[in-house]
Design a protein around this ligand. Structure first.
Ligand SMILES: Cc1cc2nc3c(=O)[nH]c(=O)nc-3n(C[C@H](O)[C@H](O)[C@H](O)COP(=O)(O)OP(=O)(O)OC[C@H]3O[C@@H](n4cnc5c(N)ncnc54)[C@H](O)[C@@H]3O)c2cc1C
Length: 478
């Protein structure tokens, strides 16, 4: 561990990993710590969209949408193995809050926002075309539809691959290494961290970046010693279902008119998201039966199907690290990014979108390098994100071994939930769990007790999730 890096980044989500890549690319020595796995915060529980954000146009966020459309384009070019264009259908029903003329305007504005950086065409389609593309679409009251193209991604993998790219450029990463203390000293900071093996180390960076997502306020308080109130996070919940009979994505309305997505992925489908105030601790990502019911009802209202117990593979939740705001509803809170300085040698970054992570990282790198008196030049816009060389997802022992030796995996969850998508499979990965656990135990020197503890924790989380799904199904009314 480089104990005197130029920059210490707290948070190994997409923002922190992106910042590390920007800085390392420009020759700045950088060390990233995360209290959990890389991407284990918000960056593995997104809606998996690399999108301009058509929804934000109705809040007048044209600049944000245009920036996001450009970043969407660059990501499809630089990481085509993880980010690809995806067609979506936006159905318009007779009693929708947003009539057809408004959708038409929105689609035109989306075209303008992506001018020069389009990844596909956006246009209105007939009811017949909508039903051809999404055969299970509920036809009752359907008066028209729009077709548009956005990006979809593998969010958890993109974090890892951006981090691995940063490693090849010279950055260092320490997952499962929380910051436990932070003191200002004459030429920077003295930061105490706790390693996975319980050893405590001191790092003395010249600059500290707080990229801790929904935890930004807590970490800012550790840095400044003062209460900060930078964030107004909101909660988002998704269902993971069996494939829903179409390769086309879909926009759906919740019972309150909130826009949600149905995102087809290989072998499963992601449905969400809710957007509600946070009523628990940021560390509590449990899902309520009510939230499950809300999502099931939206599927039942939009598609001519009923979701049975075996159709819902899972559910997951996360917190959006949005900037403090006086907006009256969670959906109206700005998705703009913010950088806030804490004196000359520390700053927090939050807001923004996964899609705009490179732009956020670039802004932060500019800020940091300015403070360090270093020249900022060049751009990572065209820099390819090298694909992982992990063996095929059928050779689970070889795959697991690779993620341990090359991709920072140290816990069962790291492999089951983020290096692979086993958690999203019909049996939540139970079939291969013993192979992954045995490989990890052998490679990492776990005792039999430790192996069984990790397997039991995984199975317990699965059982709790299935229980909430059952309660949610019982509560769904449509
Ligand atoms: C439900 C939902 C759906 C979304 N869908 C999309 C989408 O489809 N497309 C899109 O573009 N955006 C989407 N977003 C937004 C996007 O996911 C987030 O903006 C982005 O992932 C934030 O990344 P981050 O790195 O800032 O935060 P995080 O990914 O949360 O990373 C912060 C990291 O900091 C670490 N940390 C916290 N405290 C400490 C500490 N004391 N010491 C060390 N480490 C610490 C955490 O463990 C965590 O890993 C969605 C967000 C949510 C919640």
């Amino acid at each position: 561990m480089n104990q005197s890096p130029d920059v210490l980044v707290i948070g190994g989500g997409i923002t922190g990993c992106g910042i590390a890549r920007e800085l390392a690319y420009r020759g700045v020595s950088v060390l990233v710590i995360d209290k959990g796995d890389l991407g284990s915060g918000t960056s593995s529980v997104s809606s998996k969209l690399v999108h301009g954000g058509i929804r934000y146009l109705e809040h007048g966020a044209f600049r944000l949408v245009a920036d996001a459309c450009r970043e969407r384009y660059w990501l499809t070019q630089t990481a085509p193995h993880l980010v690809r264009p995806q067609s979506f259908v936006l159905p318009v029903y007779q009693d929708d809050l947003r009539p057809k003329w408004m959708i038409r305007l929105g689609i035109m504005a989306y075209e303008w926002a992506s001018l020069g950086y389009r990844i596909g065409q956006n246009y209105m389609i007939s009811v017949a075309d909508a039903l051809r593309q999404v055969p299970l679409l509920n036809p009752t009251g359907l008066v028209g539809a729009a077709h548009y193209v956005d990006g979809i991604m593998d969010d958890a993998r993109l974090v890892i691959e951006v981090a691995m790219h940063a490693v090849t450029l010279g950055a260092e990463f320490y997952p499962y290494t929380p910051m436990i203390d932070c003191q200002r000293h004459t030429s920077g900071y003295r930061v105490t961290v706790k390693r996975l093996d319980e050893t405590v180390c001191e790092v003395t960076p010249r600059f500290v970046v707080n990229a801790s997502g929904p935890w930004v306020d807590g970490v800012a308080r550790q840095i400044t010693g003062e209460v900060s109130g930078l964030l107004r996070p909101t909660k988002g919940v998704h269902l993971v279902t069996r494939p829903l009979g179409t390769d086309t994505g879909l926009l759906m309305n919740g019972r309150d008119g909130r826009v949600m997505f149905m995102v087809p992925k290989p072998g499963y489908c992601v449905v969400g998201t809710t957007d509600t105030p946070v009523e628990t601790s940021i560390d509590d990502r449990s899902v309520t039966p009510r939230e499950v019911a809300y999502l099931i009802e939206a599927v039942h209202r939009t598609l001519s199907i009923r979701l049975d117990a075996c159709d819902i593979y899972g559910v997951f939740a996360g917190f959006r690290p949005l900037a403090q705001s006086s907006a009256t509803t969670p959906a109206a809170i700005s998705r703009d990014q913010s950088i806030v300085s804490h004196g000359p040698y520390a700053a927090s970054i939050f807001g923004g979108k996964y899609t705009t992570f490179r732009l956020m990282a670039e802004d932060m790198a500019k800020h940091v390098m300015g403070r360090l008196g270093r020249r900022f030049d060049g751009s990572t816009r065209n820099l390819l994100i090298p694909p992982s060389m992990a063996p095929s997802l059928t050779e689970w022992d070889a795959f697991t071994d690779y993620t341990i030796t090359h991709e920072f995996a140290t816990q069962l969850d790291d492999v089951m939930r983020r290096r692979s998508h086993l958690w999203f499979s019909p049996d939540n990965g139970n079939g291969v769990l013993p192979i992954v656990a045995d490989t990890m135990a052998g490679r990492l020197g776990w005792t039999a007790i430790e192996r069984d503890r990790q397997v039991s924790a995984y199975r317990l989380a699965q059982a709790k999730m299935q229980q909430v799904i059952g309660l949610g199904r019982a509560e769904a009314t449509v």
